[in-house]
Design a protein. Structure first.
Length: 282
């Protein structure tokens, strides 16, 4: 199951990061977007990240040039036909994921692996939407992908041992640290992280302290790189709300239920850094 050519579906924040690390690791990498505007925005994000790295002395010009030379953008699914692995990083919508899998399977080789970067959806359910459930698995990267070392490898009930080993080896080849996670809502990291973030919102609503003081408390008292509200804004309040709802629907435990304040902020469009307003204003 040698992997030489990598396809990435989606060139948004996560997709562009995955494409960048794959190209930097020496893989021929093809990233596909729905239109040229979105594609150029994603490729521009990669170029800026690399250029900033060169300016700061963290990336050599040679490494920058090699990464960009390995990277190709396209708006055609047909261009992924030679890929050995295709990583899906599109919106968290089951119907849209099913549709793109059908399009990919129409052109991909029979031995190609399909992996999803979903942070919340059931891997087994996604695998069942394909004609290769044994060659499907979850590869959950973390934002920002070029900097975060962890990748969760999530097998579906149908994933073969060979495929799981291939996904784990591939993640390692990208310079990441893979861990095996169960196919349950939240996997490992979000299963533990989301209740913590939701509790921080609840305690703030109960008057535990100011947003700034709670953030400082967890940073300076526990050594966390970010306080919970800074992290919520970074991840996206809408993303956290979406994941929390999926986890609550699965487990029906109060600790997974989104607090009223989170729901209202999402409805108001206060999604964090990406909308310039969340628990903080940017």
């Amino acid at each position: 199951m040698a992997i030489r050519t990598v396809g990435v579906l989606g060139c948004g924040l996560m997709g562009s990061g995955i494409a960048q690390v794959a190209a930097a690791a020496g893989y021929t990498t093809i990233v596909r977007e729905v239109n040229d505007t979105a594609l150029q925005a994603g490729l521009g994000r990669i170029k800026k990240f690399l250029a900033d790295g060169v300016a700061k002395g963290k990336v050599t010009e040679d490494a920058q040039n090699k990464t960009l030379a390995n990277l190709t953008g396209t708006t055609s699914t047909a261009d992924l036909k030679q890929c050995d692995i295709i990583i899906e990083a599109i919106v968290e919508n089951l119907d849209e994921k099913r549709a793109i899998y059908q399009a990919v399977e129409a052109v991909a080789g029979p031995d190609a692996i399909i992996a999803s970067n979903t942070s919340s959806l059931c891997i087994t359910e996604l695998a069942s939407a394909t004609n290769r459930p044994d060659r499907f698995g979850g590869l959950h990267f973390f934002n920002p992908v070029p900097l975060m070392k962890l990748v969760e490898v999530i097998p579906a009930l149908t994933t073969s041992e060979e495929t799981q080993q291939a996904l784990t080896s591939f993640a390692t080849s990208l310079g990441k640290e893979p861990i095996a996670a169960p196919d349950r809502p939240g996997f490992i990291v979000n299963r533990l992280l989301v209740p913590y973030l939701l509790d921080a919102i609840r305690e703030y609503e109960r008057g535990l302290g100011t947003i700034d003081d709670i953030d400082k408390g967890m940073k300076l008292g526990c050594g966390y790189p970010m306080g919970p509200f800074t992290l919520l804004d970074f991840v996206g309040l809408d993303t956290t709300y979406y994941i929390a709802n999926i986890m609550f629907e699965e487990f029906r435990e109060p600790r997974f239920a989104p607090p009223p304040l989170l729901k209202r902020m999402v409805l108001a469009g206060y999604h964090g850094r990406k909308t310039k307003r969340g628990f903080y204003t940017y």
